[in-house]
Design a protein around this ligand. Structure first.
Ligand code: SAM
Length: 287
């Protein structure tokens, strides 16, 4: 039995996590980032970009269900969805489960991530790339939202952390672009890091989004492979009622959407996910 190899995540300098590598599957330096895909005994296949865990077969469902069904069921009449990033295909798979949607556009900067995840993480997209409503655009998300003539009901920023190509997706320019291409009553959500260790990310997003939207907040879920505690998701819209729906309404919409097998999302968790730890509330509105 060969000595177990370990892969160390490089997101943080002074804390972090190791994954045993049961099988090295693929590595490449693409035009934009270093990609590695390996098999880990606890999480199954893991994909990391520039030394940061992006997604694992074991727990991706939590992240992808919460970043899609929360805004889509809150909106209630989504016809046109924009995904920024999302190269592993899991976000697209969950969006496609909403049959009332007419169009889904995904703007991903690195075509190799799409290709490699289709091949090595097939259960993430699970055939969603063949959905007739889907269009893939290979571009920088910020350039796209600043120039598109299209308007969207929900925009989901499923990007890497604000390092490397992902850094532009945490800027005021990007948020301004999203605001300009959202329809009235549109909703913007974005992965916003693990707030206990990436406090700056939440503070900056909160400040920048509040300059553009009247209703800005966060919701949260714990994703085991995102080290350090709960991950926050940024929420921005100009209609505060959209994140204050009652349980009965959400239960009705959830039943009508007939999403089949959700393994994390349910209407009660939808509502409770907007409850934030006091330390985060204190960080966002210091006394
Ligand atoms: N779940 C992950 C997380 O929370 O960090 C995100 C996963 S997804 C693989 C991140 C995607 O964002 C990658 O495919 C990456 O290529 C893409 N990306 C990074 N910067 C981008 C940009 N400026 N425009 C579009 N896509 C970008």
């Amino acid at each position: 039995m060969s000595a177990t190899e370990f892969w160390r995540e490089r997101l943080h300098n002074n804390v972090g996590q190791y994954f045993s590598v049961e099988e090295r599957i693929y590595t490449e330096k693409t035009e934009h980032q270093d990609i590695i895909i390996f098999k880990n005994a606890a999480f199954g296949r893991v994909m990391a970009l520039d030394g940061v865990v992006q997604t694992t077969e074991g727990d991706e469902f939590i992240y992808h269900e919460m970043m899609t069904h929360v805004p889509l069921l809150a909106h209630g009449k989504t016809k046109n969805v924009l995904i920024i990033g999302g190269g592993d295909g899991g976000m697209l798979r969950e969006v496609c489960r909403h049959k009332q949607i007419d169009k889904i556009t995904m703007v991903e900067i690195d075509t190799k991530v799409v290709e490699l995840c289709k091949k090595y993480l097939p259960n993430h997209s699970a055939g969603a790339y063949n959905d007739r409503r889907f269009k893939l655009v290979i571009d920088d998300g910020t350039d796209f939202v600043q120039n598109t003539v299209e308007k969207f009901d929900v925009i989901i920023s499923d990007c890497t952390d604000p390092v490397g190509p992902g850094s532009s997706l945490f800027t005021s320019e990007f948020y301004k672009g999203c605001e300009r291409c959202l329809n009235d009553d549109g909703i913007f959500v974005a992965q916003n890091g693990v707030c206990f260790l990436q406090e700056e990310e939440v503070i900056n997003s909160d400040k920048r989004l509040k300059e553009l939207f009247t209703d800005v907040g966060f919701y949260q879920a714990a994703i085991p492979s995102y080290y350090g505690g709960v991950m926050t998701f940024a929420w921005a819209s100009n209609n505060s009622a959209l994140h204050q729906l009652d349980l009965t309404t959400l239960q009705q919409r959830f039943a009508t959407a007939n999403l089949e097998k959700c393994r994390y999302y349910n209407p009660t968790i939808h509502i409770s996910s907007f409850a934030l730890p006091q330390y985060l509330l204190d960080t966002l509105s210091p006394k």
